[in-house]
Structure formats: C-alpha cells, structure tokens
Design a binder for this molecule. Structure first.
Ligand SMILES: *Cc1c(COP(=O)(O)O)cnc(C)c1O
Length: 234
C-alpha cells in the first residue's frame, strides 16, 4: 500500500524543524546541516514525491537498486551512496554518485580512484570509521584511519571531504552521543593535519531517524534519515 502523499510532506517539514531546533541549541547555523533522505527499499514514486516537496538529496545502500532508480527517475536529484561497497562495484559507485560515504579500505579507495579517473571526474568521498570498535561493523578501525587517509591523499581523482560513522544501535540516543563526539574529534584532528580537501570545513555524516538531533548537537553536517521521512521499510 502506498504511503499517503501528505505524510512525506509533513514528515519532511517536521524533520526540517527539528534539524533547525537542534542546530540552534548547539549554536550552529542550520544551513550547515544537510538532510539526506535515505531511500533504500523505497519506490521511485515516493522519491518523486519527496522531490516535489523540495527534498533533492537522497542516500542509497544497495548498488543495483540505486542504479535502477537513478536511471528511472525523471526529476534530477543528488545521490549519495551510504552502503557497503564491494570493490567490484567501484565503477558504479564512482560514476553514479555525488558523494560516497563508505570508503573504509585502501583497495576500495584505489578502485574508486581508478574509475573516477576513467570517467573523467573527481569523486568526493568520506572515510567510514568504526568508532565503537564492534568487530562485525564496517568502517576502518580508529587506529588505522590515519594510514588510510594518508594513502588516499596519493589518489588524484578522490577528494576526501570528511568522515562518516554508524554507531551501535541504542534505544536511548543519548547513549550514542559519545560516538558522535569521537567522530567530530577525529575529524578536527585529521583536518588540522591536512588530510581533507579543505582544512576549514569538513563533513561529518552521522545521525539517523532515532538520533539525528544528538548528532547535530555534536557537529553532524550530513544526517541520514529514512524511516522518519518515508515510514517503515517493508
Ligand atoms: C538505513 C540507513 C539509514 C537510515 O536509517 P533510518 O533509521 O531509517 O533513518 C542511515 N544510514 C545508513 C548507513 C543506513 O543504512
């Protein structure tokens, strides 16, 4: 059953207001926070609805699904890739997306760089860090992040814009605050060392439906919100 049209509009309005309030609480300009509508498993028709409500930035997790939707949609939008990438899918990742959030190993970075170069583009990427140290989690371990960033600095077709993380799931968003704070501190540290495209401004991709306000209070510049916009995924 399709999600009622009005819900997406209302949901987006509510989330934008909550983003603004969270930014205000943190003394930040709400313009410094971008909302990514996470549209995995969501029909292109609903994505078109969100676009009609002024939402132009979307995040996808699965390469094949994303490819089909991007090719199908009539209205132009901006696409970020936020899922795990197998190195053999690096070509699609490098050509279809404006920002890839999930670079966590040299092999993948090298493959993305190669395909960006072949496509004649410079690809913007984030480095995904496993801040919690949970072993089953994707992302580079904190202690190996600098080595990865240094290697990526040698790749001419990648622009490293900042960091991304996916903290462990917690019922209480306050419990994830320390992980968001850690990512911000790592971002500041690496920015000062010149590992990012810009020293004065870098991206922090953190926060989802349940915890984006806490993430904004801790410095998120990109929040990835799915369920709170589109409703539960089937
Ligand atoms: C699915 C997903 C989201 C969105 O999660 P919601 O809880 O639906 O907001 C954000 N980030 C990543 C990496 C995801 O896979």
């Amino acid at each position: 059953m399709p999600y009622p049209m009005s819900a997406i509009k209302e949901n987006l309005e509510k989330i934008r207001a909550r983003i603004e309030a969270a930014a205000l609480r943190a003394g930040r300009d709400s313009q410094s926070v971008k909302l990514i509508a996470v549209s995995k498993k969501i029909d292109s028709q609903l994505i078109e609805e969100a676009i009609a409500c002024g939402q132009t930035l979307f995040g996808e997790n699965y390469m094949q699904e994303a490819k089909e939707k991007i090719n199908l949609l009539h209205t132009p939008a901006q696409w970020h890739f936020i899922g795990h990438i197998q190195s053999k899918k690096a070509k699609d990742a490098a050509t279809l997306f404006d920002l890839v959030h999930t670079v966590d190993r040299v092999k993948l970075a090298t493959a993305l760089d190669k395909h960006a170069g072949l496509a004649g583009k410079t690809l913007s990427v984030l480095v995904q860090i496993n801040v919690s140290g949970e072993t089953q989690k994707e992302g580079v371990a904190q202690e190996n992040a600098e080595e990865l960033l240094a290697a990526m600095g040698e790749l001419p077709n990648l622009k490293v814009k900042g960091l991304m993380t996916m903290p462990p799931f917690m019922d209480n968003p306050e419990e994830v605050r320390p992980f968001f704070r850690t990512l911000r501190l790592l971002g500041e540290h690496f920015a000062a060392k010149g590992y990012f495209d810009r020293r004065d401004a870098f991206e922090l991709s953190m926060g989802m439906s349940g915890d984006f306000e806490v993430a904004i209070e801790e410095g998120a510049t990109l929040v990835r919100v799915g369920t709170a916009i589109f409703g539960p995924r089937l």
